[in-house]
Design a protein around this ligand. Structure first.
Ligand code: NAD
Length: 467
C-alpha cells in the first residue's frame, strides 16, 4: 500500500503545478480550519503525550502554525509569479525568468517534541508550493500521531496529504520509495540514516537537526530579564526543544549575582518547595521512560564528576519527571557536555575573556542557535564574524523563529537547508530557469563549427571584453 504513495502524490502535484494561487490559498485555508476547529483536541493529545501545559501547546504549536499559514497566504501570489531576471550584454536581445515549480511528492518525517507544529509547519510550505505530501509523525508522541492520522484525511484528499504512522522500520521503508523531497526533523544521528536512505532515489533533502545551543551572558546585559528569558526557553516543554539553551556561559564578574537571580526567578516560575515544582501545571513531563532514564544518567554522571547542584535535581522515573535543574562547576568532559541534553538540566560555566567562549564554541560542532545576552556591540560583532550557527539571537531566546522573514535551519551538524516563509516555499520548489532567445540569437552562429582562425579570434576578443 505505501509503495503507491509517491506516485499518487506526484500525480496530484502534476495537476497542482498549474493551480492558480487561489487554489493554493484554499489548501492553506483548509489546514487553518483543521487547526482551529480541533484546537481543543490538539491540546488534549499534547497533554496526554507529555502533560504539555495548554499555554505552551497554544503558544508554541498552534499559534506559530496559524501565523505561518497567514504569512504564506499573504505572499503566495507574489512568490508564484514568473520572475524576470536580468540578462548580461553577451546575451543581449534575450529574456530570462525564474519560476518556482512543485517538486512532486514530499515525505515529511517529524519528531515528537512539538509533534503537531513540526508535522504541519513544513506541510504549509509543501502545500503552498503545490506538492503532494506524505507525513510520518513520531511514534513517541502516540496521541498526537493518532490525531493527525485521524484528522488530515477528513480535510484533505489522500493523494494530497497522506499520513503513515510508525517507527524507524516504517521510515526506512518509506525512504526506499521514490519521493522527490525528504524533509526530516530529528536528531543528528538519525539524520545520517535519513540522508543515506534518501540517496537511494537521489531525493532532495532538508535536515532540521539538533545539537547543543550555547547561551552567553556578559556583564553588560540586563541581568534580570536575561535570567527570565533563559529559564523560560530552557524549561519550556521541559527542555525538550531543539533551540533550547543547552548550556550557559556567564562572565565571572556577575556569575555569583546571576546565579542568585536564576534561582530566585526559577522559584517564581515553578514554586519554592520541590513538591510545588513537581505539581506545577506550568511544567511538562519527559516524553517517555527511556529519555527520563537518559537524563537521570546525565545528571548522576555530572554530579559524580563534582558538579554542584544549584536547584532541582529531583527525578521521579514513574512519572517521567525531571525537575528544572541548574548545575554549576560542571566538568566539560562529563556526559552532559558531550551530547545534546534535550531536557531540563542547565550546566553553567564562568568565563573571563569573551574570546574563551568563542574558542569553546568553535571547538564544537556548529550549533543550531547561539544566544547572547549583552549590550556590547563588540561582543555581538565578534560572535557574528567569528562563529557559525543556524541562528545568532541577541537579547532574546527562541522568539526569532516567529519571524517568517528569517530562515530557520541549522548548519553542519545542526542541519542542512531551511524553511519558514519564502525559505520554506523555496525548499519545497524547484527554481526553474526559463530562457527566451530574441533578435540576437542568430549571432551565435559565428561560433558554430567548422572552427577556423577567424572564429578563434572572435572568442579571444569576447573573453577580453568586460561584458
Ligand atoms: P529522532 O531522530 O529520534 O526521530 C525523528 C524521526 O525519525 C521520528 O519520526 C522517528 O520515528 C524517526 N526515526 C528514529 N530513528 C530512526 C531510524 N533509525 N531510521 C529511520 N527513522 C528513524 O528525533 P526525536 O527524538 O523525535 O527528536 C529529538 C531530536 O530532534 C533532537 O535532537 C532535537 O534537537 C531535534 N529537533 C530538531 C528540530 C529542528 O527544527 N532543527 C526540531 C525539533 C527537534
Amino acid at each position: 500500500m505505501i509503495e503507491q504513495l509517491p506516485l499518487r502524490q506526484k500525480v496530484f502535484s502534476q495537476h497542482a503545478r498549474n493551480d492558480s494561487w487561489h487554489q493554493r490559498y484554499e489548501y492553506l485555508e483548509t489546514l487553518e480550519r483543521l487547526i482551529t476547529e480541533n484546537q481543543a483536541e490538539i491540546c488534549k493529545a499534547l497533554h496526554l503525550d507529555f502533560k504539555k501545559p495548554e499555554v505552551e501547546a497554544l503558544s508554541a504549536e498552534v499559534m506559530p502554525l496559524l501565523k505561518e499559514i497567514r504569512f504564506t497566504q499573504k505572499n503566495l501570489k507574489k512568490w508564484m509569479k514568473l520572475q524576470r531576471v536580468s540578462t548580461p550584454l553577451l546575451l543581449m536581445g534575450s529574456k530570462s525568468y525564474t519560476r518556482f515549480e512543485a517538486l512532486g511528492s514530499c515525505l515529511i518525517i517529524a519528531p515528537w517534541n512539538y509533534p503537531i507544529y513540526l508535522s504541519l509547519c513544513p506541510m504549509i510550505s509543501a502545500l503552498a508550493a503545490g506538492n503532494g505530501v506524505v507525513l510520518k509523525p513520531s511514534e513517541y508522541a502516540p496521541n498526537s500521531s493518532r490525531l493527525l492520522h485521524k484528522l488530515l484525511p477528513k480535510y484533505f484528499k489522500q493523494e494530497q496529504v497522506a499520513v503513515v504512522e510508525g517507527g524507524p522500520e516504517t521510515t526506512t521503508a518509506l525512504l526506499a520509495l521514490p519521493f522527490d523531497h525528504v524533509f526530516f526533523t530529528g536528531s543528528t544521528e538519525v539524520g545520517k540514516h535519513i540522508m543515506k536512505g534518501a540517496s537511494q532515489n537521489l531525493a532532495r533533502i532538508t535536515l532540521e537537526l539538533g545539537g547543543k545551543s550555547p547561551t552567553i551572558v556578559d556583564n553588560t546585559a540586563d541581568l534580570k530579564l536575561a535570567a527570565q528569558k533563559i529559564l523560560w526557553a530552557k524549561f519550556l516543554n521541559a527542555g525538550q526543544t531543539c533551540i533550547a539553551p543547552d548550556y550557559l556561559f556567564v562572565q565571572d564578574s556577575i556569575h555569583h549575582h546571576f546565579i542568585k537571580l536564576l534561582k530566585a526567578e526559577l522559584e517564581v516560575f515553578y514554586g519554592t518547595h520541590k513538591d510545588d515544582v513537581r505539581s506545577s501545571k506550568s511544567f511538562a513531563r519527559i516524553i517517555n521512560r527511556k529519555h527520563a532514564d537518559r537524563l537521570k544518567g546525565l545528571l548522576e554522571d555530572a554530579l559524580a564528576n563534582n558538579a554542584s547542584l544549584l536547584a532541582g535535581g529531583e527525578v521521579v522515573l514513574e512519572e517521567n519527571y525531571v525537575a528544572p535543574t541548574l548545575l554549576d562547576n560542571v566538568d566539560v568532559h562529563s556526559k552532559v557536555m558531550n551530547e545534546e541534553i534535550f531536557g531540563p538540566i542547565l550546566p553553567i560555566f564562568k568565563f573571563k575573556e569573551f574570546s574563551e567562549v568563542v574558542h569553546f564554541i568553535n571547538e564544537k560542532p556548529k550549533p543550531l542557535t547561539i544566544y547572547l545576552y549583552s549590550n556590547s556591540e563588540l561582543h555581538v560583532r565578534q560572535l557574528m564574524k567569528e562563529t557559525s550557527s543556524g541562528t545568532l539571537s541577541i537579547n532574546d531566546s527562541m522568539v526569532s523563529m516567529l519571524n517568517p522573514h528569517l530562515p530557520f535551519g541549522g548548519v553542519g551538524a545542526s542541519g542542512l537547508g531551511n524553511y519558514h516563509g519564502l525559505y520554506g516555499f523555496e525548499t519545497f520548489s524547484h527554481k526553474k530557469a526559463i530562457f527566451k532567445q530574441g533578435w540576437a540569437g542568430k549571432f551565435m552562429a559565428m561560433l558554430f563549427p567548422p572552427y577556423d582562425a577567424g572564429k578563434l579570434e572572435i572568442i579571444k576578443k569576447l573573453i577580453k571584453l568586460k561584458l
